[in-house]
Design a protein around this ligand. Structure first.
Ligand code: ATP
Ligand code: SF4
Length: 331
């Protein structure tokens, strides 16, 4: 079987706040294969960004990766790398298009110089070695004209800025691309075009992608598999067909049924009940206060991960039968 390009194994992340400890990612496991597009969805605060930022080792104080492994190409647990080694991994092997990426461009530096700086810093080559031809090719690959190289970010539209960010992200030909709501600030038509560009480039590089977002329609169009997060837990993983056609976890079922129509490709709506407070999460299954299928023991027993088949997992007591749980299962 193909070696995953990225294995997130039993990742747990906490934020130590003045009001208490927030367990923002709890025993999260994801396998990402070369060329695969994996979507991470869930309500605001469910731990999607925490999980994706962990892969970049960009969790900042008061956050802390408490346990787990993040293995790249079956060989390197990036959590064991020194800060210097990790700097080299970022961008050259794992690149991120962050939330509000277009605001991450330096406003006083021309696009070409931002590209050159990135390539020189991460590729360990002299600035003078990055040719104009390379810059033009990179810009062309994201659908930007060569003259954009000489512009400052404020001279670009939102969509163009986002394309420039994608050019920076792929400039070192990474194995893994993390895209956190990469198009959320853009109108729908521009969003779709940019996602198509990202998909084409990712396929050319055979890079694995983790796409974080709320837009289930976009996910359905873009990703191969989906992971659903609730309260820091990855409660279900499956192919797009499985998640949309046969959702197993009651939370996923509500998410899917809350989409007005797949044709409308909308964001999911809020589902009934209070979102949980991670400072004081419910006992047992965290979803039990909102779950229409809750059973008496759901408030006391923590569900284990059940893996009905390779690449498919669900954490819900409805599916726990003897011998089916697989605590060590990765998705
Ligand atoms: P969104 O869709 O709104 O981006 P998310 O699913 O990506 O949300 P995270 O941003 O990972 O969720 O947040 C998970 C939990 O961790 C939330 O309860 C959030 O309040 C908490 N959290 C995130 N960053 C911090 C921080 N720097 N300090 C304290 N708590 C944090
Ligand atoms: Fe609902 Fe119980 Fe399953 Fe939790 S474990 S999702 S409360 S049925």
């Amino acid at each position: 079987m193909t070696q995953p390009v990225l294995e997130i194994r039993n990742l747990s992340v906490e934020y130590e706040t003045r009001r208490g400890i927030i367990k923002a990612a709890n025993d999260v496991s994801i396998d990402l294969y070369p060329g695969e597009r994996f979507g991470l969805v869930g309500e605001s605060g469910s731990g999607k960004s925490t999980t994706s930022l962990s892969v970049m080792r960009m969790i900042k104080e008061p956050g802390r990766i408490v346990s787990g492994e993040i293995v790249l190409n079956g060989e390197t647990d990036i959590l064991t790398l020194s800060p210097e080694e990790m700097r080299n991994v970022r961008l050259s092997r794992i690149a991120m298009i962050p939330q509000g990426a277009m605001n991450s461009l330096n406003p006083v530096v021309k696009i070409k110089d931002q590209l050159i700086l990135t390539m020189a810093t991460h590729g360990r080559i002299g600035k003078n070695k990055v040719t104009r031809k390379e810059i033009n090719e990179l810009l062309d690959s994201v659908g930007l004209q060569p003259h954009v190289a000489d512009l400052f970010p404020h001279e670009l539209s939102g969509g163009m800025k986002q394309r420039a960010c994608i050019a920076i992200a792929i400039s070192m030909r990474p194995d893994v691309i993390i895209a956190d709501e990469p198009t959320s600030a853009l109108d729908v038509v521009v969003q779709r075009r940019i996602m198509q560009t990202l998909k084409r480039l990712q396929e050319q590089l055979n890079a694995g992608v983790i796409l974080v977002g709320h837009d289930m329609g976009l996910m359905a169009q873009f990703v191969d598999r989906l992971g659903v997060m609730y309260g820091g837990n990855l409660v279900e993983v499956g192919t797009v067909e499985e998640i949309f056609g046969n959702p197993q976890h009651p939370y996923t079922q509500l998410l899917i049924s809350s989409i007005p129509s797949l044709e409308r490709k909308g964001e999911f709506q809020t589902i009934p009940g209070q979102p949980i407070s991670l400072l004081d999460p419910p006992s047992g299954c965290q979803f039990h206060p909102r779950c229409p299928q809750a059973m008496s023991h759901c408030s006391t027993v923590v569900p284990k991960r059940v893996a009905p088949k390779a690449g498919r997992t669900v954490s819900c007591l409805l599916y726990e039968t003897e011998g089916m749980t697989d605590n060590a299962a990765t998705s």
